[in-house]
Design a binder for this molecule. Structure first.
Ligand code: FAD
Length: 406
């Protein structure tokens, strides 16, 4: 921003909000304040995959090396297997140039790595946003602790239950997938010495189990998806017994190696899987959305955070081209038009991937499921992993400029 340095508030200090803070500070030259409701930054004790499309962004922001150093790059491609561990297909794990490979991250490590790149003075903890009011120029934010502050613009990175989203007149209903996941981590020393340092998925009996290495291979992440109506009757997540998880994958028709993994689990928790239909708009004047607030998706393509990271780059490009705070609404409109379609495709693609893993709908026909999984692998590499958020935003920007000055 060339004329006057804009003051922008980001609501939410999750992985999306922190990445946006880094991108906007470093690339767009705006003054950012991050408001987080919790009293400390943190994440659940589980894993997340940082995919090549997000790594390309993190590399340009200068933070990839730090993240890779605390994560785990697998030894090779992952595998999709049937319940007995027979190979169905290999999984995409790198981009076409073989420059970036999936990194398994322990979530608290990723939050710490991102937070260490943000000036602590600009993070305001214990601030739960109550409402956003649009002013003649800018916004007035009111927090539950009584703080009221004005900014030139606000970005809602406040997750699936976003408060900011109401101010862009979007009220999506959360959609329950019919599945919960048991999640957690296992100490790698509890696994056999020859355990494969790759991502493995077992699929059978309408459920699936995924495991991959984290934290320089000291930990393994697991995610076990099973049908359940539990979240419809109470909270969306909570502690769970390991025996309950083990019972879901018991029996001789499951791979003994998977039983060996489950025996090593000491602790787990359950999490209901929800998403929402794609929004019809993300921005309204000086207000916009990012990450799950804009596009909550099921985790089956491992793209929720990765899309928030792509969002951050696109937002930085369009805000960087704004000449003054008065141009911010136009920058937000451009950002919205570039990002909405991509994330909507991935929201629906993630539902489809879940249906494949759990043999639902047309994928009851396992021959069809297996064929689609193979095709999905190539799509994932070229359409998802090869995506360059910076290039796409810069190209769009040059086209917007042509239209403006034509
Ligand atoms: C089982 C599972 C596995 C997954 N695996 C992957 C994966 O491998 N790869 C991947 O890319 N994604 C994955 N995801 C998705 C990913 O976790 C989410 O997309 C991601 O956490 C979204 O980040 P976010 O910053 O947008 O939102 P959140 O992580 O929800 O952060 C929102 C932040 O805003 C704060 N907040 C909320 N309301 C307010 C308020 N009113 N005022 C102030 N602060 C507020 C919250 O406290 C929080 O810190 C997975 C999800 C699940 C459930």
């Amino acid at each position: 921003m060339s004329d006057q340095r804009a003051r922008i508030a980001i609501i939410g200090g999750g992985m999306g909000g922190l990445t946006a803070a880094i991108a906007l500070t470093r690339l767009a030259g705006v003054e950012v304040t991050v408001f987080e409701q919790a009293s400390a930054l943190g994440e659940v004790g589980a894993g997340v995959t940082v995919a090549p499309n997000a790594q390309r962004v993190l590399d340009r922001l200068g933070v990839l090396e730090k993240i890779r150093n605390v994560g785990a790059v697998p030894d090779g491609h992952g595998v999709y297997q049937d319940a007995m561990g027979n190979l169905v297909t290999d999984a995409a794990w790198e981009d076409s140039n073989r420059e970036y490979r999936n990194i398994g991250m322990y979530r608290p490590d990723l939050i710490n790595a991102l937070a260490s790149e943000v000036d602590p003075q600009i993070i305001r903890l214990g601030h739960r946003l109550a409402s956003v009011q649009t002013l003649d120029a800018g916004v007035r934010l009111t927090f539950e602790n009584g703080t009221v502050e004005d900014f030139d613009a606000v970005i809602g990175a406040d997750g699936i239950h976003s408060v900011v989203r109401r101010s862009v007149m979007q009220f999506p209903e959360p959609v329950y997938s019919g599945y919960i996941v048991y999640r957690g981590v296992v100490d790698a020393s509890r696994l056999p010495d020859d355990w494969r340092m790759i991502s493995q998925v077992w699929m059978g009996n309408r459920r699936h189990f995924m495991a991959y290495p984290l934290q320089q291979r000291k930990l393994f992440n697991f995610v076990a998806g099973v049908p359940s109506d539990r979240p419809l009757q109470g909270p969306w997540s909570g502690p769970a017994e390991v025996d309950e998880l083990a019972a879901e994958f018991a029996g001789d028709d499951w791979d003994p190696r998977l039983h060996r993994f489950i025996e090593s689990i000491e602790k787990t928790f359950w999490w209901g899987l929800f998403d929402h239909e794609p929004l019809t708009n993300w921005s309204h004047g000086p207000i916009t959305l990012l990450g799950d607030a804009a596009h909550t998706m099921l985790p089956h393509q491992g793209q929720g955070v990765n899309q928030a990271i792509e969002d951050s780059m696109a937002l930085a490009v369009f805000l960087g081209a704004a000449e003054s705070p008065a141009d911010i609404p136009e920058a937000f409109r451009r950002y919205t038009s570039v990002r909405m379609q991509r994330t909507a495709i991935l929201q629906h693609g993630s539902r489809r991937a879940g249906a494949m893993f759990d043999a639902q709908y047309e994928f009851v026909d396992l021959a069809k499921r297996d064929a689609d999984l193979r095709v999905g692998r190539d799509f994932r590499r070229s359409a998802v992993f090869d995506y360059d958020a910076l290039k796409v935003a810069e190209k769009a920007l040059s086209q917007f400029r042509k239209v403006q000055y034509a």
